[in-house]
Design a protein. Structure first.
Lengths: 426, 965
């Protein structure tokens, strides 16, 4: 099982270590540093690194490497999932997961890690259980604790720890009972030179914020559950009911949680080539050319909305890694601002909102090194955007009902679509 | 000074904030005293702050162990946080201060009785983490209570504690009956307790492969499946991994398990998903293919695998490595999902490369157009490694999907037009392969290839190009000119290119003999006269002789029809694939190697295999043979690492393996005997039983096998006969040192082992006298060696006729081979041995005389001796004196010959006899000596030369021992 954990910052210093079994010397991380040196980009460090006596499994989050040390055969996904849980917990407790935050709360961090694993076996990883065991630090509590000498460690066994619904504690009370659901979809697309779609998939999640008194039992039904073919549920969802009736029935955890994540690919439920389920919300017209023998290149980019069901496309940000030979770009944007970093060759254009009447464009010329040959690589264009009040897959919640409690909760559902890896090749 | 400066900075930075970082400021040297004072303060609050500072220092790796007594003093407190902090400290430092740690025992025992279950659990949990023997003794009683605690939280913590305790003292756990209690917990009413019990048992079972701890039967499986639905995600992983080890009785049971596992595929935790995939992939094998459910299951497997690819890159990587296996085993699952493997330009490189690999595996006629378009796109990316692999992938597609070959070739030509150097080189390498797969089809492109001749600077690409020119010499008008241009820098080329050039020119000559005679002369003389490379020379000579004796035969040989290259050369070998499928989700699946090949100390890695399909009617007894070691398994040895394989093949005794079965049946082999032997054993056996231990499989099964008859008691008996004579120095017998006490009865819990080493008939024997000085019988003997300098390893299990009753003494002889893992020891001839019996595992170390390793064919040719002697630098020479030896030189030579030290020459100079001797070690090291014997003087002088100077001292000891006995 998991032996030790080292936290390494971006400059390669180990700033925290925790051992769940015997102490492993931190020199084991030298193998990690070697791999780090070999990798061109920080994210290219391989996640599993063998050393003569141990294996190092690492994840990179918030520019911190979480390096777990294992000695025997342990499923690597188990370790990676656990590390993610550690990151999530830190974020949950300290608001951000940074080196400074971890150092500022090192004792809490240590207590948390001790609660999360016992002898390498996961012990308590649910946020609500942990919060009962170790109260998250707040400025107020730190002050009060310092003055009164009380503690931020819970004295009682967390109620959720062993119940059939470990994700919910008993005796929850709210004056305002509310349940909010956010349907957030990220669309991953690759569009080729000619504008046709190569792949398009949607990664959707339904995140919930439920603040309800007592032990509510919720059901959530959809207008078009057929879309949800490939789903992962929070453990609270009753799988049998879903299988039989396509209804989500669950006793929710208290607070924020991810109810479900789903995946819609271009083929779900349809034979190949029948019809793509994934609508592409924006289009790009581009013309990036270099001529042989000339030290100038043309750059011309226009964005426009497409299949957005009348909703506005906001927070648009275009970025493109221009070829290495490009010295500078002299462009003019019809709206928003652009920057070109001559060192990394990264062109970024902050567009803002797309106005369908007046499409945003970025035009101009790129200067190449004099005498250099025409660049070989074709830059890809990466686009980020948001569309409010719409789930691009068309997923719609039909109704939300509550059983088991008498009060009337306030319910709300929000939809949003974001670009994930939205990539246009030129 | 620097330190103070740093501290000042830190103080300024953090001092004013109300955060934990303030704790970091006060732990510099000298401030330990300050902390000490604070820890002993009367004020509660100050104490807690001080402990926090101590913990903070500990987390960043500073040594605060000096504060141990002061911190332990804070343990008796009602404040839970302070208690926890002190516990944290204890776990870290108890090992270094065992005597002090005893002070904490009372508090622990008291806390285990606390009314608050949180404290009871915390106490038992912490105690298990303190790896101090004395504390462990006190742990048993509280642990027993906690295992039966009314509160499930305590029980589940206690279950894990058993695993901890087992790690510290396995014997204690068995003696105290904790294993049985743990097994009972599998039927606990609380699913979390069940999950933890399974996890603990699995971990313990890893060190006891045959202990049958997790005795899975339909009833227990049912309990596990019930718990599966209710326990935490981590518990689900443990239970699923445990389920995967079960072999269902028939297809109906298999199907019902599959049905109950399938919902796990929708879990949010990817590790749960992958473990579920493992169970399904394995049990699916048992289902009849025409069953409807089989098809349903296949369909259900695809979406979760695809979903894994939308997770974080690290998860994706592990998922992709596993999908690579799944795609090889059952391509039908993902055949429609090609698109999800398309590479995004901001994927990390390790994800890109894996995706590419899977794309090729999924490529088929239906999707090849899409795949090719993608690959072409990738070939224009920035990352050189990725681009190269993409180009290579195009070639692999051409070879895999015949219909696409033409399109692939034209894509490659397009890429060659880009003139990007490394793209062109890769393209040429793969085009060569395409020519080999589809001869006489695409030769029209040769002209384009030739245009790029000058830009090739990598050996592989140059060799490929030369091959093409040679192969199609008759179609290339200026083939001779092209090849001649390569010939100019012949000596600067790599071997690969030289060989290829030689062959190509010979081909050219055979095709156009008139114009190229001069060229072929030139290359033959370059290859045979001016080259130091034996391969090149030999090939040159063969061609030369062929051409000069029989040109027609030469033509038949050199221009022979070549076999077509196979479609997929990189498929994992099927038996290995089967094993890896059983290890989906583990490290083995990431490395595509069986666990035994790489897991450190994989004592218990069992060789897993997919169950064979059996209908409901038949009983599946075949499974039993998979686990139970039979008589044929005697010649087990630790798998040699890849590098040793060749050496072992050379040493291989050619006794046909069939004689194994004919070996006289010894006493029934103790089951426990398997425990200590490396995991390699299991995989080896598994391979044998599988019936197809193919040589290429990497198991190298026959390689490390010693003739099994040596294991039989007969061999031992023979050894004993020799032993009688050994003492008096038989002329031809190896010198055998008298037995020494290796393991005193005091340390061996009553087992006494005396032993020595001997070399008999070319086999190293470890001869031991085992005496039972305890009051009870001993059984289940087994032996294992640590890695050692010469890779000595038991060639078979330890054959002890059991039981060994009290006061009984027996002699056993264990044949050894040198196929084990190698690690340099200090001293060189040190051997660390573990002997196990039903009571415990005992460790001792002994030293073997290095003469055991002198092989029978160590006699050197005189000339070679002379040359070697000169060749070895003088600093490698060592000189020793042997005093009080009263043999004349002939007698000495005779005696040494018995130990495989061979006298090559003798010279007498001024009354001094000089003996020149050589010996060779099993690993090929040669030792050369000059022994000077002054007539009438009892002092000999040995001068010794060896390339590996480390062995000198050991060799000298052998001389002394052999001559004086």
């Amino acid at each position: 099982m998991i032996h030790s954990l080292f936290l390494v910052n971006s400059s390669g210093d180990i700033f925290l270590e925790k051992h769940w079994k015997s102490v492993v010397s931190r020199s084991v991380c030298d193998y990690f540093f070697e791999a780090q040196e070999r990798a061109t980009e920080p994210e290219n460090v391989p996640p599993v690194i063998p050393t003569p006596h141990h294996y190092l499994i690492s994840v990179l989050r918030h520019r911190i490497y979480f390096v777990a040390v294992i000695q025997s055969e342990v499923p690597p996904l188990f370790v990676i999932e656990f590390l993610h849980r550690v990151v999530d917990t830190f974020q949950d407790y300290f608001g951000v997961c940074t080196e400074a935050a971890i150092k500022d709360n090192v004792v809490v961090v240590y207590e948390l890690l001790e609660e999360m694993l016992d002898n390498g076996f996961p012990l308590a990883t649910e946020s609500n259980i942990l919060k009962e065991l170790i109260k998250p630090p707040t400025i107020l509590r730190t002050m009060v604790n310092t003055i009164t000498g009380s503690t931020n460690v819970g004295e009682q066994l967390p109620t959720g720890q062993l119940s059939v619904v470990p994700w919910r504690r008993t005796g929850v009370k709210y004056t305002n009972n509310e349940a909010y659901f956010d349907v957030v979809e990220e669309i991953d697309v690759i569009i080729d030179k000619s504008g046709s779609t190569i792949t398009a998939e949607i990664q959707g999640v339904i995140d919930a914020c439920v603040k309800l008194t007592g032990m509510p039992d919720l059901t959530l039904s959809f207008m078009n559950p057929r879309l949800l073919d490939d789903v992962s549920f929070h453990p609270c969802v009753r799988f049998k009911r879903w299988e039989a009736e396509r209804i989500l029935s669950f006793i929710p955890p208290d607070g924020n949680f991810r109810l479900l994540s789903y995946h819609v690919s271009s083929q779900n439920g349809y034979p190949v080539g029948y019809r793509s389920l994934v609508a592409i919300p924006v289009y790009v017209k581009h013309n990036i050319t270099f001529r042989e023998g000339s030290s100038q290149g043309r750059f011309d980019l226009t964005l426009g909305p497409k299949q957005t069901m009348g909703k506005g496309v906001e927070a648009v940000l275009v970025s493109s890694q221009l070829p290495r030979g490009v010295l500078n770009a002299n462009l003019s944007a019809s709206q928003g601002t652009y920057t070109f970093d001559p060192v990394t060759k990264m062109l970024t254009w902050d567009v803002g909102k797309i106005n369908p009447q007046k499409l945003p464009s970025l035009k101009g010329s790129m200067s190449l090194q004099a005498g250099a040959s025409k660049p070989d690589e074709n830059p890809s264009i990466n686009i980020q955007f948001k569309i409010q009040q719409m789930a691009i897959s068309g997923l719609k919640v039909n109704r939300l009902d509550m059983y088991g409690e008498k009060y009337k909760p306030f319910k709300g559902i929000k939809y949003m679509t974001k670009a994930g890896k939205f990539q246009v090749r030129t | 000074m620097q330190e103070w400066a740093n501290q000042l900075c830190e103080n300024r930075q953090f001092g004013s904030k109300m955060t934990d970082s303030k704790y970091f400021t006060t732990t510099k040297k000298g401030e330990i005293f300050e902390l000490k004072a604070e820890l002993n303060s009367d004020k509660k609050e100050k104490k807690k702050e001080a402990v926090k500072k101590v913990i903070a220092s500990m987390t960043v790796g500073k040594d605060v162990s000096a504060l141990f007594p002061d911190v332990v003093n804070c343990m008796q407190t009602d404040n839970l946080e302070l208690k926890k902090l002190v516990y944290l400290y204890l776990m870290n430092y108890a090992k270094s201060q065992p005597d002090m740690a005893i002070m904490a025992v009372n508090t622990f025992v008291k806390d285990c009785e606390d009314p608050n279950p949180l404290i009871r659990a915390l106490a038992v949990r912490t105690m298990g983490c303190i790896r101090v023997d004395k504390i462990t003794e006190y742990l048993c009683e509280p642990l027993r209570k906690c295992l039966k605690d009314e509160d499930p939280y305590v029980r589940k913590t206690a279950a894990v504690c058993v695993a901890k305790l087992h790690d510290i003292n396995a014997q204690l756990v068995e003696d105290q009956g904790f294993l049985d209690t743990l097994k009972d917990l599998i039927s606990d009413s609380n699913p979390m307790v069940v999950a933890n019990a399974v996890a603990a048992l699995s971990e313990i079972a890893e060190s006891h492969p045959n202990s049958n701890l997790l005795d899975l039967n339909p009833q227990s499986i049912n309990k596990l499946l019930t718990a599966l639905n209710e326990c935490t995600e981590w518990g689900q992983i443990f239970i699923l991994d445990c389920l995967a080890n079960y072999t269902p009785r028939d297809d109906r049971e298999s199907q019902s398990i599959c049905e109950r596992v399938t919902p796990r595929l929708s879990h949010a935790n990817s590790a749960v998903v992958l473990s579920a995939v493992k169970v399904l992939m394995k049990f699916m094998e048992m289902l009849p293919k025409d069953l409807d459910y089989y098809g349903t299951l296949l369909k259900k497997l695809a979406p979760p695998l695809v979903t894994l690819l939308s997770a974080e890159p690290e998860l994706q990587y592990v998922a992709l490595r596993n999908i690579n296996l799944i795609v090889q085993k059952r391509p039908e699952i993902l055949k429609h999902e090609m698109k999800v493997f398309f590479v995004k330009y901001n994927d990390p490189i390790y994800v890109k490369l894996e995706k590419l690999d899977i794309m090729i595996r999924l490529a088929s006629q239906a999707n090849i157009a899409q795949v090719l378009a993608e690959l072409k796109e990738y070939a224009t990316e920035v990352d050189v490694d990725f681009v190269r692999k993409a180009v290579r992938a195009i070639g692999r597609c051409a070879i895999k999907v015949e219909q696409s070959a033409e399109r692939c070739v034209s894509t490659l030509l397009d890429l060659i037009q880009t003139k990007v150097n490394y793209v062109v080189q890769e393209a040429i390498v793969v085009i060569k392969d395409i020519f080999r797969k589809y001869p006489n089809k695409y030769e029209s492109v040769i002209a384009t290839l030739c245009e790029n001749l000058d830009s090739l600077d990598e050996p592989e690409a140059r060799a490929a190009m030369i091959w093409i020119v040679g192969e199609y010499a008759e179609r290339i008008d200026n083939a001779d000119e092209l090849l001649e241009s390569f010939l100019e820098g012949f000596h600067d080329e790599s071997t690969q290119v030289q060989l290829q050039l030689l062959t190509a020119i010979v081909k050219l000559f055979l095709k156009k003999p008139t114009e190229t005679q001069e060229l072929v002369q030139q290359v033959l003389s370059l290859a045979t006269q001016d080259s130091d490379n034996p391969d090149l020379r030999d090939r040159g000579y063969i061609y030369w002789r062929l051409l000069s004796t029989d040109p027609v035969a030469a033509k038949e040989v050199v221009l022979a029809e070549k076999p077509l290259i196979s479609e997929e050369t990189d498929l994992i070998e099927p038996t290995l694939l089967e094993e890896l499928i059983c290890h989906i989700g583990t490290l083995a699946s990431v490395y595509h190697k069986p666990p035994s090949a790489f897991v450190e100390g994989s004592r218990g890695v069992q060789h897993k295999r997919i169950p064979i399909r059996s209908g409901s009617g038949e009983s599946s007894e075949s499974q039993d043979t998979g686990g139970a070691p039979g008589a044929t398994e005697a010649p087990a040895a630790v798998i040699p690492s890849q590098g040793d394989l060749l050496g072992d093949l050379l040493n291989l005794d050619l006794t046909p393996p069939t004689s194994t079965a004919g070996a006289p049946p010894g006493p029934p082999m103790p089951m426990g005997g398997m425990d200590l032997l490396g995991g390699g054993l299991d995989s080896l056996l598994g391979g044998d039983i599988g019936g197809s231990p193919s040589m290429g499989s990497g198991f190298g099964a026959p390689a490390a096998v010693m003739p099994s008859s040596l294991n039989a008691p007969v061999g031992g008996g023979l050894g004993d006969l020799f032993d009688l004579g050994g003492g008096v120095g038989m002329p031809m017998g190896t010198f055998v040192p008298p037995k020494t006490l290796w393991l005193p009865a005091m340390k061996g819990k009553g087992l006494e082992i005396m032993g020595t080493f001997a070399r008999r008939a070319g086999v190293i024997q470890m001869e031991m006298t085992l005496t039972n000085k305890a009051m009870s019988v001993m059984t289940d003997f087994a032996i294992q060696f640590n890695r050692n300098s010469f890779g000595l390893a038991p060639a078979g299990p330890l054959q002890v006729p059991t039981p060994l009753s009290p006061n009984q003494t027996i002699d056993v002889s264990l044949p050894l081979n040198n196929g084990g893992p190698v690690m340099k020891m200090e001293p060189l001839n040190n051997l660390q041995v573990a002997v196990k019996n039903n009571i415990d595992v005992f460790y001792f170390s002994c030293q073997y005389p290095i003469s055991m390793l002198f092989v029978e064919d160590g006699k050197m040719d005189r000339q070679v001796f002379l040359a070697t002697w000169k060749d070895i630098p003088n600093e490698n020479e060592a000189q020793f004196q042997i005093n009080d030896c009263h043999l004349n030189s002939d007698a000495a030579s005779n005696k040494l010959q018995g130990s495989n030290v061979f006298t090559i020459a003798k010279r007498t100079v001024e009354g001094q006899d000089m003996l020149y001797q050589s010996m060779k070690l099993t690993n090929g090291i040669c030792v050369l000596t000059e022994l000077r014997v002054q007539t009438g003087s009892p002092t000999y002088t040995v001068s010794l030369k060896c390339r590996a100077a480390e062995v000198s001292q050991c060799v000298f000891q052998c001389y002394e021992a052999a001559l004086k006995n």
